[in-house]
Design a protein around this ligand. Sequence first.
Ligand SMILES: [Fe+2]
Length: 407
Amino acid sequence: MIEAGVRNLVEELQAIRAESDRLFGVLNDEALYERPIRERHRVLFYIGHLDGFDSIQICREHLGLKSPDPDLDLLFQAGIDPDSSHLPADTPADWPSIEQVRAYATRCRKHVDASLERATDEVVALAVEHRQMHLETLAYMFHNFEFDQKRAGIAPPLEDRTDHKPKNEWRDIPAGEAILGKSYDGSFGWDNEYDLVSRAVSTFRVQRYKVTNGEYLRFVREGAKLPHFWNRRGDSIFYRGMFQEIPLPLSWPVYVSLEEAKAYADWRGKDLLTEEQFHRAAFGSPNQEIRRYPWGQEAPSWEHGNFDSKRWDPEPVDATPRGASAFRVEQLVGNGWEWTKSVFGALPGFKPLPSYPGYSANFFDGAHFVIKGGSPRTAARLLRSSFRNWFRGDYPYVYATFRCVEN
Ligand SMILES: [Fe+2]
C-alpha cells in the first residue's frame, strides 16, 4: 500500500483508474448488464459514471470547458439510493451498449487528461476519493454475484480456524472530549466533514472486539434471521465470501444491517455506539490527547488493520492488536465499518460543495445512519478520523460490523 501524500495526486488518480479497470475485469461480460442489488444501478452505469463524474467535475464544473458528451453526462451523472418502495424499473435495453459506454468513458478520460495540469489539488482529490469510494461500494455489489460470474484466481483461498473464539471483554472509557469533523486547513475533505466540533462524552463501556460471527450465531440459534452474508445448507452455516463460501468463521466480525445490530444489542440488554462515542473510543486517550488514528500518529499499514484492499473478506477480530486504540479497543478502523446509532446530519458550519450540492445534503433525511472506521476495501486516504459514511438502517449489503456498549 502507498502512504497518502507520498504520491502526487495525478499519480494517485492514474493508480486508482487502473484499479477500477481491474475491478470491472473481475466480472464476465453478461454480469455487466445485471443489477445484483435492487436499490442500485446496473454495473454498466458505473463504468460510465466513474470517468463521467471526473469529466463533469474537473472539466465542466471546475474549468468551465464544454463537454463533448452532454447527453451521456446527464445519463451517467449520478447514482441512486431509493427506499424499497421506489425501486428502479429500467431494463438493459434502456442503456447504451457496453461498447458505447466504454467509448464514453475513454473520451471522458482523455478530456480530463488534457486539462489535468490546470486543475487544483482539491478537485483532483475529489475525483480520486469519489472513485475510491465507488470501488468499495462496487465490491459490495460484486459480492452478490454468483461465483461463476467472477473470474477465479484473484484472491487466495479463505481459511479460518473454526475452533478459535476470541473472548470479548469490556473496556471502560472515562468521560472526556470527542473531536468530530475537521477544520478548513487546506487539506481535502468532503462537505459533511466540516467544521471541527468538540462534544462532551459521559463515561461508558464498550466491547474490546467487534461482535463475531460466533457470538451472533447464538442469537440466530434463538430465532434471529440469518445475516445477508450467511448461507444455511442443511444443519450447517456458511460465510458467503467474495470468491468462495467457507464454513462460518466464528472469529470473524459479523456483517449486519443496523437493524440487526440493534436487535442483537437489545437481546443482550446493551446499546450501540453513538458517533461521539466512536470518536472517543477510537481517537481519545486517558491523558485527553487526541490521536490521528486509533494506534497513534503513524500512517496506516496492514499491521494496524484490514483495510486498503488487504483482503476481500474479514479476518479474525483479534488479528491486529497493533491497531488498538489508547483505550485498548481493537479494530475500530478496518475489518468492517462500525454502525453507530447516530442519524447522519450536518456538523455545525456545514456548507454544501457548490459543484456537488447534493453529495451529503440529499441524505440528511433522518433515514440514513453514520458508519465509521473502514472495511477491507476502504482506501487508506479515507481512514482519516473526520471521514463519515452513511447508509439506510435496513441496508444489508455494506461491509458493516458493530460492537455493544453499556451506558
Ligand atoms: Fe458517484
